[in-house]
Write a protein that binds this ligand. Structure first.
Ligand code: NAI
Ligand code: MG
Length: 371
């Protein structure tokens, strides 16, 4: 039996706890039947934490997050906390996790499973078999650069500024993640920027070319202008494997790529920090792309697959358990191929199941993988 792996589970609010419960059942399955054990701690985050403790995440929870191998995060927020002061709003806890763990690399896979091909608004022949990864720089760039805000000029007119700024290390570290990912995939990296009109674009182009040449000569590498990348994603997404880009373009391109796959309830994500110089371990957090869905919370309607696929990403990227990650992903495909659907992805001729029933189907499929 392999050593325990420490995981902090933060279900959060709304459907967060409902989808996390299904992941906990899968963790329990691995405990009993798989070859892997997890040392799981669970705590409050977001609105639920505010209600209990008056803050959106506690210092003691942050300490655990900092010392744990991986954080599994559900979703936070909801109308109940609309009037809570800004520093205690549910999102504040999530932002603190990202910031304190320095999670600069945001991985957003866009995968089109055969069973879900009709959920895409694109033609089946364009998206069939799609499997690409958008890698977004998450902690710098124009969302954080200084100065920012309104200025009143001498003539009394008002001007507003955002600052797109990157230092070399911030670019290098995320470019490296892109190449490491590509080596385990189809060995191709595109770096998207606007080097034709932006100084930061020129910089990204220069740094990425250098890292490619000096450190990853075995990986195929291409520059692409971010606007062209947006078009090419819709025209022929199969030309891509890993696309690495800055915070702003990554925000947009990852949403575009995600929607090629159809449903919010199916989309996982991972956010990684720098490897520890001694142990090589990275801080990491895994969460579905969707929010707390207050409109369906408590009704057993939530699709747990985005959360479960986030768990699979944890197996792959925090614990190097690629076979077990494949196993979870295959089980998800099998359940979909058998026609089981939660409401958000329901199609005619399929069987509508609740969140918990979907979890039960997943467990029985998992059982079949060890028969
Ligand atoms: P949302 O993602 O929660 O919901 C958008 C729509 O998709 C809703 O109709 C919802 O029912 C549906 N949906 C989302 N996930 C689903 C799932 N797993 N299964 C079935 N249907 C699903 O986004 P929205 O409505 O903009 O935000 C709701 C709350 O969530 C807000 O308080 C927002 O601030 C918060 N939020 C939190 C995030 C996080 O914790 N990372 C991310 C996005 C929003
Ligand atoms: Mg966005």
């Amino acid at each position: 039996m392999a050593a325990n792996r420490s995981v902090l589970v933060l279900p959060g609010d709304g459907i967060g706890p409902e989808v996390m419960e299904q992941v906990q059942r899968v963790i329990g399955w691995f405990d009993k039947k798989g070859s892997v054990r997890f040392d799981v701690k669970e705590d409050l985050a977001g609105g639920a934490c505010f209600d209990a403790h008056g803050v959106s995440i506690r210092d003691q929870t942050m300490e655990i997050a900092l010392s744990t191998d991986a954080v599994l995060f559900g979703a936070v927020g909801g109308p109940k906390w609309d009037d809570v002061p800004r520093e205690h709003r549910p999102e504040a806890g999530l932002l603190r996790l990202r910031k304190d763990l320095d999670l600069f690399a945001n991985l957003r896979p866009a995968i089109v499973l055969d069973a879900m091909i009709d959920a895409s608004t694109l033609k089946p022949e364009v998206v069939k078999g799609l499997d690409i990864m958008i890698l977004r720089e998450l902690t710098s760039g124009v969302y954080f650069g200084q100065p920012r805000g309104e200025q009143t000029l001498e003539d009394g007119s008002v001007r507003v500024v955002d600052t797109q700024a990157y230092n070399e290390e911030e670019v290098v570290r995320v470019i490296r993640v892109a190449f490491e990912l590509a080596r385990k995939r189809k060995n191709l990296v595109h770096c998207a920027e606007k080097s034709n009109v932006m100084e930061t674009g020129v910089f990204w182009r220069k740094i990425s070319a250098r890292v490619a040449k000096e450190e990853y000569p075995d990986v195929e590498f291409q520059h692409i202008l971010a606007d062209n990348c947006a078009m090419q994603l819709l025209r022929d997404p199969h030309q891509f494997d890993v696309i690495v880009t800055d915070n702003l373009f990554g925000d947009i391109l990852s949403d575009e790529a995600a929607m090629m796959t159809g449903s919010l309830g199916m989309l996982p994500s991972a956010s990684l920090g720098n490897p520890d110089p001694i142990t090589g371990k990275r801080h990491a957090m895994y969460e579905p792309v969707h929010g707390s869905a207050p409109d369906i919370a408590g009704e057993g309607k939530a699709n747990p697959l985005a959360m479960l696929l986030s768990f699979a990403m944890m197996l792959r990227y925090s614990f190097d358990l690629g076979d077990d990650a494949d196993r979870v992903e295959t089980v998800v495909q099998n359940v979909l191929n058998d026609g089981y659907r939660t409401g958000d992805i329901m199609q005619s001729g399929c069987h509508l199941v609740s969140t918990e029933e979907m979890g039960t189907k997943l467990l029985s499929e998992l059982d079949r993988t060890v028969d």
